[in-house]
Write a protein that binds this ligand. Structure first.
Ligand SMILES: Cc1cc2nc3c(=O)[nH]c(=O)nc-3n(C[C@H](O)[C@H](O)[C@H](O)COP(=O)(O)O)c2cc1C
Length: 396
């Protein structure tokens, strides 16, 4: 029923079909057996066993959006909630962690984005120290790889370190650093995204590379079928963003949530137009007016932007005494929240088209976790047809 990653029954001899188009593990690589186990009303993989949770479902620590209410809702429902940690300074992160710890005893994590940001609120060693002092169960890194010393300090403190990898090479480097988990970020994924492979192809490639740490699938996972398919192709769990933006607890602007519900596979795009202080950061976002107007000619974006540069206002660090009202300049990477006023058609709204195609409504986060995972469980009970990844919609 289960496979090598669970320490269960021996591997099957089923052979993998080579994925020549996407250049993943190659014809000589045997496909590893499915690694999920269906038990009662839970869906167990190595990830759930390692963490002691019910479902192999992780809600991404989304910048601006993943605040304690979303983290608590996901972890209490049996998944793993992750705090978003950009642009919070360390003291705000500390308050957020304490809020989560006051609300649940279940595992959760903090997601640290390492990207050059023009000297504003960079993720620093201090953020890492806060996570260590508060004994956060999981710390994940996205963007650039973390310094080796951060990883070793976290691990010495008994904290699991996960790294989001957009390629096999980055995954290899992350393992060399000592990562305890890999997040396979496929082309479909929202937000900052430098991936060249579709999600399932990258999952298979990372699975073929390592059997020692959990591999999570990220990009286009938004319903039970997409989650089941990712598990079937070798993931130990799913890492989900766009679906969670359209949740009641997400700290996202109602208009942004609605665009995700209304959006379809072709309604997101890659652009580098956002983030004047983050040159060259390719993001997958909702294709709104500013994206339609500037994608493909980002080099012509005037810097600094002349004339009336403000497209709205927002509040940083909501719920903390240090919270501050700020302008949103044109081409800013600030994500619209309930505190945001202004023109959403000029703002960055990270989203995956492949995910939007699978989202019908805004729901409570806990309900999303349970319904999505229970549906995945039913699909995996009769996995006919999951071998193919042809209907992985890579348009958006
Ligand atoms: C609102 C939002 C905020 C995000 N914040 C970050 C972030 O801070 N750092 C990062 O590297 N990725 C961020 N992401 C992208 C996710 O890490 C990842 O690519 C995503 O889980 C996979 O795609 P999906 O949206 O189809 O689930 C964000 C995505 C969204 C929708």
């Amino acid at each position: 029923m289960n496979g090598a990653n669970d320490g269960g029954s021996p591997p099957s001899s089923r052979d993998v079909e080579p994925d020549e188009e996407h250049g993943d593990s190659g014809p000589e690589q045997p496909r590893r057996p499915p690694i999920y186990v269906l038990e009662g009303n839970t869906l167990h993989t190595r990830l759930t066993r390692e963490l002691g949770v019910n479902y192999p479902f992780v809600s991404d620590g989304m910048a601006f959006v993943s605040l304690p209410p979303l983290v608590l809702a996901v972890s209490e429902a049996g998944g793993v909630g992750m705090l978003g940690v950009v642009p919070e300074p360390p003291d705000v992160l500390d308050v957020r962690i304490q809020t989560v710890q006051a609300g649940t005893q279940k595992p959760f994590g903090a997601n640290l984005l390492i990207a050059p940001d023009g000297g504003q609120h960079r993720v620093t060693r201090e953020h890492v120290e806060v996570c260590i002092a508060r004994r956060v169960p999981i710390v994940s890194f996205q963007g650039d790889l973390p310094p080796a010393e951060w990883v070793s300090s976290l691990k010495r403190a008994g904290i699991r370190v996960w790294v989001q990898a957009p390629s096999v090479e980055i995954a290899r480097q992350a393992l060399a650093l000592g990562a305890d988990g890999l997040i396979a970020q496929g082309r479909q994924a929202s937000g900052i995204n430098h991936s060249g492979l579709p999600t399932l192809a990258l999952v298979r490639a990372l699975r073929a590379m390592t059997d020692t740490v959990p591999v999570l699938a990220s990009g286009g996972i938004a319903d039970g079928l997409s989650a089941a398919r990712a598990l079937f192709h070798g993931a130990d769990g799913v890492w989900v963003s766009t679906r969670m933006v359209a949740s009641v607890e997400a700290y996202a602007h109602p208009g942004y949530k609605q665009r995700i519900v209304d959006g379809d596979a072709g309604d997101s795009d890659f652009t580098t137009v956002f983030g004047a202080d983050w040159p060259g950061q390719r993001m997958r976002v909702v294709r709104n007016r500013v994206v339609r107007e500037w994608t493909g000619r980002e080099g012509r974006v005037p810097m600094p932007t002349p004339g009336p540069t403000r497209v709205g206002t927002t509040r940083l660090f909501p719920g903390t005494p240090g919270g501050a009202s700020v302008d949103i300049p044109r081409f800013s990477a600030f994500i619209p929240t309930p505190d945001t006023e202004g023109d959403l058609d000029e703002m960055a709204m990270p989203a995956s088209g492949a995910s939007m195609a699978r989202i019908e409504s805004i729901q409570p986060a806990g309900q999303i976790v349970v319904e999505l995972m229970e549906r995945a469980r039913r699909v995996l009970a009769d996995p006919h047809g999951l071998e193919a990844d042809t209907d992985e919609d890579d348009r958006g």
